[in-house]
Design a protein around this ligand. Structure first.
Ligand SMILES: Cc1cc2nc3c(=O)[nH]c(=O)nc-3n(C[C@H](O)[C@H](O)[C@H](O)COP(=O)(O)OP(=O)(O)OC[C@H]3O[C@@H](n4cnc5c(N)ncnc54)[C@H](O)[C@@H]3O)c2cc1C
Length: 392
């Protein structure tokens, strides 16, 4: 490893990889150091919850083969950066001080924790990394009663996967509806019925008061309404929060995430932040794969002397559960500024959100074949007449 790099990227998730790949486009002589704090090559994180039951080999989900890094002279090293010194423009990695000209922080996010004295060794699990999936596979968790905490996308994906692995599954959600941030009531009820038909026990409006262990080592989850549930394992998926550890210690300006301007520059002119860890001017923390990828590209390009800006783009959120396909993109439920038109035919459901007779948002069930086209239609703000002619 050198003592100085033109570019150092901390975190080799999709934002970090995209930043490295984009730097190459604009500067093919600069030295790049990409720091990976995982136990394998950078991989497709979104697949770990979808492929849990089927299983995957260690490098099966790799974003790039090992040769790619060698071929393009991207120095991929393993380790955790312990410190950033913004004054001397250096980092501390594996007890070594390394200097940089431009730094890009792509440290992503961490699972939000619940208050409990238990951890992985006692059967209370979080699910963020491929290693978490390995843990479940290696411990052969079958024929157990698993409680999933959290009724968002990952919670539901995990409920399905643990069911497929042969477990009894209960899902706890503190709100009245599943996927309440992204679905309307019709879609939530549709999903609820699908899960219940698979004998997944759904507990809505359930707030956990305490978690204890019984004499026979089962968990006892007590709810605020005084009801309780016994189970063998708990998997918590109640959201994520930006991993600010090193940015905070370095004195960079932060709020929920590392504060960045439209160029993805932080409060230090030579430090950029991209992906889940960054917070944009309107308070937005994206938390989505394609958004992190896009931001990585912009931060990489700008670090290499370009001048791109990040504008919020709407991405579709999709959920595949038990052969049902759910799609949500910029839904404007209960927003009086938008006209909502529902089309319900056969096993498909669409709810279009129009403003000035153009399309701005959409909810959909089971029209996977047209999902990409519909995503584009929202982006291009297609006319109401065109949309209803095709889907009405
Ligand atoms: C199970 C799961 C399923 C998901 N499914 C979807 C989906 O279907 N669609 C979607 O859009 N999004 C999904 N997401 C969210 C998506 O994966 C994230 O938005 C995306 O991975 C963010 O990329 P990132 O590069 O910003 O951060 P991350 O992928 O979190 O990568 C950050 C990396 O930085 C490393 N790091 C942190 N601190 C340090 C340090 N000090 N030194 C060195 N390295 C460090 C971390 O270990 C990590 O490897 C899912 C997330 C999970 C966990």
């Amino acid at each position: 490893m050198l003592n100085f790099y033109d570019y150092i990227i901390i975190g080799a998730g999709i934002a970090g990889i995209s930043a490295a790949e984009t730097i190459l486009k604009y500067d093919n002589t600069g030295e790049i150091l990409l720091i990976n704090n995982e136990d394998r090559l950078p991989y497709k994180r979104t697949s770990i919850s979808k492929r849990l039951a089927a299983g995957f080999q260690k490098e099966e989900l790799a974003l790039k083969p090992a040769d790619w890094f060698n071929d393009f002279q991207i120095n991929l090293v393993n380790g955790k950066v312990n410190e950033i010194d913004p004054f001397s423009k250096s980092i501390l990695l594996n007890s070594k001080t390394i200097y940089w000209n431009k730094l890009i922080i792509c440290t992503g996010s961490k699972a939000t924790e619940i208050y409990s004295t238990f951890d992985q060794a006692n059967g209370l699990l979080y699910f963020r990394n491929a290693a978490d999936a390995d843990f479940i596979r290696e411990h052969n968790i079958v024929n157990e009663h698993i409680v999933i905490v959290g009724g968002g996308v990952q919670g539901i994906e995990l409920a399905e996967q643990m069911h497929v692995l042969g477990n009894k599954v209960s899902l706890i959600h503190h709100e009245q509806y599943l996927m309440n941030k992204h679905f309307d009531r019709f879609m939530s009820s549709h999903l609820l019925e699908i899960l219940q038909n698979k004998r997944i026990d759904i507990n809505l409006k359930s707030k956990i008061k305490s978690i204890q262990k019984s004499d026979n080592q089962q968990f006892i989850i007590e709810f605020e309404n005084s009801q309780s549930l016994f189970c063998d394992k708990i998997i918590v998926n109640i959201g994520t929060k930006p991993d600010l550890e090193i940015a905070l210690a370095a004195g960079l300006h932060t709020n929920k995430g590392i504060l960045v301007n439209k160029s993805l520059q932080t409060s230090h002119p030579d430090i950029y932040a991209a992906g889940d860890v960054s917070e944009h001017e309107n308070g937005l923390v994206t938390g989505l794969w394609h958004a992190a990828e896009k931001q990585g590209m912009i931060a990489g390009a700008n670090a290499a002397g370009q001048q791109f800006t990040f504008e919020k783009i709407n991405f579709r959120l999709k959920l595949n559960a038990f052969d049902q396909y759910y799609f949500s993109m910029n839904p404007q439920i209960n927003n009086p500024d938008f006209e909502s038109v529902v089309v319900n035919k056969e096993n498909k459901y669409y709810r279009f959100f129009f403003k000035n007779n153009t399309l701005h948002g959409l909810l959909m069930i089971n029209d996977k074949d047209n999902a990409k086209q519909l995503e584009q239609a929202v982006r291009e703000e297609k006319s109401k007449v065109e949309i209803l002619n095709k889907y009405g």
